[in-house]
Design a protein around this ligand. Structure first.
Ligand code: HEM
Length: 324
């Protein structure tokens, strides 16, 4: 009898976890149907304050999902006893938009206390940021929960470096279950936003430790980046990632790559490295609908990386701290 009970309990918990590990677009339909308008209004307010915040919010979701799944670990502040992901190399002085998430969260806590996770806010804000920048829209899967932990070491390990060549980029994406084609299409997020001179300096003056500038891309374009970012200059000076149409979410990022005008090494190498990734860049550069459709589908896959679902994790009250 005891054995039968154990088997039934195991089966029930298996069914339960399978059901609950499914994210769904209708997750808040009963508990907080206004979540969509609250997040959208928060993104709209941020965008009208500073258009670049759309780019920053999109990137936050990416940097969250690549480090042990989409669980809002990136939002946890460091404390005296805890070092999180905000101070990891790829995020320090670079990841931004945290106050926008705080504002959205506090409005949600007013209207639907304890219901909407910070991880879901990040996923919705990423979608709304693309849409408000004139890019595509997609249905966001929901039901993620928030982590109790973050890992600075894993952020340093899993977020790809801008010095990467194509094989390293492909393996960084494969490590989280995404394909080479997801990588090429999601890199198109660099159609909006900016990079700091501090990020570009190794490419411009010491590519791969050689002491030389990068050998991929248009030399005149690299010279213009060198003028923007002189040796010893301000590392916080910004270069737009898409020099053609920096604020519109469009496929001009890929057109830039065809002309050698990719800002990061990891951008330009997608075309200059040749092979199938160059062909994909060419296809995306000439067909914006292809880019938009594939980008939307790839964002859904990005948002589905190892989400925490009930009974794991929690719904944080304040995205910066765990509840206890
Ligand atoms: C393929 C590998 C990728 C690499 C190596 C990479 C690297 C970078 C770097 C170095 C910056 C500039 C950071 C700074 O200077 O402060 C940046 C900015 C940005 N990245 Fe990526 N990224 C990649 C993929 C992605 C993906 C998949 C997304 C989103 C889906 C994304 C969205 C963005 C956005 C929107 C910005 C501008 C952020 C802002 O202006 O605040 N990136 N990325």
């Amino acid at each position: 009898m005891e054995f039968v009970c154990l088997v039934v309990a195991l089966l029930l918990s298996l069914v339960f976890s399978l059901v609950d590990s499914q994210l769904t677009t209708s997750f808040y339909d009963q508990s907080c149907p206004q979540v969509f308008s609250i997040v959208r209004q928060g993104v709209d307010r941020a965008f009208s304050r500073e258009q670049r915040l759309a780019a920053s919010l999109l990137r936050l979701h990416f940097h969250d999902c690549f480090v042990n799944g989409c669980d809002a670990s990136i939002l946890l502040d460091d404390t005296s006893t805890f070092t999180g992901e905000k101070t990891a190399g790829p995020n320090l002085n670079s990841a931004r938009g945290f106050d926008v998430i705080d504002d959205i969260k506090s409005e949600l806590e007013n209207q639907c206390p304890g219901i909407v996770s910070c991880a879901d806010i990040l996923a919705l804000a990423a979608r709304d940021s693309v849409t408000v920048s004139a890019g595509p829209s997609w249905d966001v899967l929901l039901g993620r929960r928030d982590s109790f932990r973050a890992s600075q070491a894993d952020a340093n390990r899993f977020i790809p470096s801008p010095a990467s060549d194509v094989p390293a980029l492909v393996s960084a994406f494969q490590a989280v279950g995404l394909s080479a084609s997801n990588m090429i299409v999601l890199s198109g997020a660099h159609t909006i936003g900016a990079a700091r001179c501090g990020t570009l300096t190794p490419r411009l003056y010491n590519q791969s430790g050689t002491g030389q500038p990068d050998s991929v891309g248009d030399p005149d374009f690299l010279a213009s980046l060198q003028r923007l970012c002189p040796p010893g200059g301000n590392p916080g000076t910004l270069s737009r990632l898409d020099v053609r149409s920096p604020q519109a979410f469009d496929n001009s990022y890929y057109q830039n790559l065809l002309q050698g005008r990719g800002v990061l090494h990891s951008d330009q190498i997608l075309f200059s490295g040749g092979g199938s990734s160059a062909q994909a860049v060419q296809d995306l550069s000439s067909d914006e609908n292809l880019f938009f459709g594939n980008f939307a589908a790839s964002m859904v896959r990005l948002g589905s990386i190892a989400p925490l679902t009930f009974p794991d994790g929690e719904i944080r009250t304040n995205c910066r701290f765990t509840n206890s």
